[in-house]
Design a protein. Sequence first.
Length: 130
Amino acid sequence: MKLGDFVQSGDWKGEKHVPVIGAPDSVKAGEAFKVDLCVGKEIAHPNTAAHYIKWIKLLFVPNGGKFAIELANLSFDVHGDTMDAEHPGPAFADPFGSVRVKLSAGGTLVAQSYCNIHGLWESSKTITVN
């Protein structure tokens, strides 16, 4: 059994758990660019104390590379914290965030997210470096 056997994917336009990668198709080598990450872009993911996205990770696999390189980890693990365990907190963080990235080679951006009820989800986006 491998962890990859439990990672789910799909079309983010029809599945609220799939992480979305907002990034250009092509970038200049060594030049910073913005990557937006979110879950629930087209169909909102529930954002309650009982059902939420705990984290989103961004990884990069260079063309011809053997390993994924972790670039960012957006954590929502204090989601809905409260001093009263019987009542949800007064504030919640939606699973959205941005990071700035620099690449020297083309490859694939991979986003993974974790829903506290529905497990691991993944998507990817190929990016060219000029």
